[in-house]
Design a protein around this ligand. Structure first.
Ligand code: AMP
Length: 145
């Protein structure tokens, strides 16, 4: 998938938004959804997406939606920091297959980091246990401002 092309309404995040496949929600409002990455690169890896935009990547997103998304990423990162006390937080975002993107609905990764704990490979991490993800999501959600 290149940087250009049509939005696929059957991409996995579109299916999550429609409720066709399950996900573990951290928080949501009318515009954005924050949910647990099921193949987490570190403990507490959260994804943040816009609910309505069909932007596949950062180049395509409408300015208003991007502004909302940026605030949602910050709100999520702050809650992750309070809940899990990482030493750092990486905000990751990939565009186009050659850029490392695997799901073509724009999203930001919020990845807590600890020195001495190696990040699991992007797209190569093992699938997490749903109960463990739910417990993490509850801890993070409890710290939202
Ligand atoms: P990217 O490679 O930047 O497009 O990121 C896509 C992310 O979606 C990866 O970190 C995957 O682990 C994650 N992912 C794929 N399928 C699911 C799913 N069903 N639920 C939650 N996260 C997913």
């Amino acid at each position: 998938m290149s940087l250009h092309g049509a939005y696929d309404p059957d991409n996995i995040f579109a299916k999550i938004l429609r409720g066709d496949i399950p996900s573990v929600t951290v928080w949501q409002d009318d515009h954005v959804l924050a949910f647990m990455d099921v193949f987490p690169q570190s403990e507490g890896h959260v994804l943040v997406i816009d609910k309505a935009s069909t932007a596949r990547n950062l180049l395509e997103i409408e300015p208003e939606a991007l502004s909302r998304l940026a605030l949602a990423v910050q709100r999520t990162a702050r809650a992750v920091e309070k809940a899990l006390k990482p030493e750092g937080v990486s905000i990751l975002q990939f565009n186009g297959e050659a850029g490392g993107q695997t799901v073509f609905h724009l999203h930001f990764h919020v990845v807590p980091r600890w020195s001495g704990r190696e990040l699991k490979g992007h797209g190569h991490a093992p699938m997490a246990d749903t109960a463990a993800l739910k417990a993490l999501a509850e801890r993070i959600a409890a710290q939202l401002d």
